[in-house]
Design a protein around this ligand. Structure first.
Ligand code: ATP
Ligand code: MG
Length: 419
């Protein structure tokens, strides 16, 4: 894509009321637009990242047997009354609305109720189980504080998978697989090293839960990390545990963190309330054992921005970067530079590499500043100087390493780096 045609422009300042670093950077670099506190729209660069993050999540969910669906956002009050979750005194972050008739509806903040009810049409016997439907869908939550940019939206994307199993044993097998799949997601999007599986209380919702917490000063949570075992305990459960669940060490390090994912064992809490049962091998009726598995793609992008950026701007990991290569042409008004830039741009494109071509008529300093802010993994500079040398300069955004490469070697260099 040619940067001269990109609809977003970079800007020097973020909106005055934006206090989070992730949203400030993403707005300045032209990835997102702030509509109001906790509500952000995605622009072309941001949407490219979001689609890649969702791609990684789909890959991992499909690999453990997930089947993608898309549920409605509007919620039927009666269903939520059956499980006791309609009342604002029980769930304090509902957005509710009304039909013209006056009947109340909710905007989904999660989907256990409608999906459990829906599955009654598809689960009859033990042969129909297990099932693992998931969706990537917009959720609405009337969050009290929305000061963490896209890490805490009032409207945000969630990947929510729900497991429907015959019994606790079958449930546990899947639950452990899901844990590994979640860690694969965090590895692939570049935050695996700073993300910890964290024991947490399930609250009123579930018997127990595991959170996935990424260490960052921008986080709103506090966890206690066992560095040897690479696991952690949420501060809510520290009271009862006080030691690492694996090695029993009480040498735990206190860290600020953000919850990027959360998985729950729901038991029969929802299947019982909504009467989702099946007939087992002996023809006996049993309630389906459920689990839920949440992960926030938009929160994940905010977290990547917080954890990996530097003072110059965003630094995207290869798998989720909006483009692979930022081709920065300097002095394109000289016909020769333009000619070579165009030639290299089409050669890289035809190799399947994703290139953002900065063909704008701007000073070199401004172009480099924008390039640092946007944070594409490789920057390729084409200028009079590089043409004279017969070598092109490629700079890695992460770490800043510079290599000089001949025109014929550019595609292989990029392929190798991006592998
Ligand atoms: P938190 O404790 O941070 O409020 P939660 O425990 O209410 O989150 P869950 O209901 O477990 O969150 O939601 C599943 C996932 O959805 C979270 O792990 C997170 O990645 C994402 N998520 C939850 N709330 C938000 C939000 N307001 N904005 C963006 N992502 C969110
Ligand atoms: Mg949580």
């Amino acid at each position: 894509m040619r940067q001269s045609q990109l609809l977003s422009k970079t800007r020097k300042e973020a909106p005055k009321d934006e206090v989070s670093r992730n949203a400030e950077l993403l707005i300045r670099a032209g990835f997102i637009h702030k509509e109001m506190a906790g509500v952000y729209s995605f622009l072309p660069l941001g949407l490219r990242v979001l689609n890649k993050v969702n791609g990684v999540i789909r890959e991992e969910m499909n690999a453990i047997g997930g089947q993608e669906i898309l549920l409605a956002a509007l919620q039927d009050r009666e269903l939520w009354e059956k499980t006791g979750r309609w009342d604002d005194a029980v769930v304090d972050n509902w957005f509710k609305t009304k039909l013209k008739s006056g009947a109340e509806l909710g905007l989904g903040f999660t989907h256990e109720e409608p999906l459990t009810a829906l599955m009654k049409n598809h689960i009859r016997s033990f042969r129909d189980l297990p099932l693992y439907p998931y969706q990537i869908q917009t959720k609405f939550r009337n969050e009290t504080r929305a000061k963490s940019g896209i890490m805490r939206g009032r409207e945000f994307l969630m990947k929510d998978l729900y497991s429907f199993s015959r019994d606790e044993k079958e449930h546990s097998l899947f639950y452990e697989k899901a844990k590994l799949a979640y860690m694969n997601v965090f590895d692939k999007v570049g935050i695996g090293e700073t993300t910890y599986i964290t024991s947490a209380s399930g609250g009123t919702f579930s018997k127990y839960s595991d959170e996935f917490q990424t260490i960052t000063e921008a986080g709103e949570d506090t966890i206690y990390v066992c560095e040897g075992c690479k696991i952690a305990i949420n501060d809510e459960v520290l009271e009862s545990k006080k030691a690492c669940g694996n090695c029993q060490s009480s040498d735990l390090k206190k860290k600020k963190s953000v919850e990027v994912g959360n998985i729950f064992n729901l038991g029969v809490r929802f299947s019982e309330a909504l009467n989702l049962a099946y007939l087992d091998e002996e023809g006996k009726e049993k309630f389906v054992v459920m689990g839920s598995y949440g992960l926030g793609p938009t929160r994940l992008i905010g977290t990547i921005a917080e954890v990996l950026s530097d003072k110059e701007g965003l630094v995207w990991p290869k798998r989720v970067a909006p483009f692979d290569i930022h081709l920065v042409e300097i002095g394109g008004e000289s016909g020769e530079v333009r000619k070579v830039s165009e030639r290299i741009y089409s050669a890289l494109n035809s190799r399947g590499l994703e290139v953002l071509f900065d063909d704008r008529d701007l000073r070199a300093g401004e172009k480099f500043k924008d390039s640092d802010l946007i944070g594409i993994p490789l920057r390729l500079i084409i200028s009079k100087k590089t043409l004279d040398e017969g070598l092109f300069e490629i700079k890695e955004r992460s770490g800043g390493k510079v290599s000089k490469v001949k025109e014929g070697g550019l595609r292989d260099f990029a392929d190798d780096y991006l592998k």
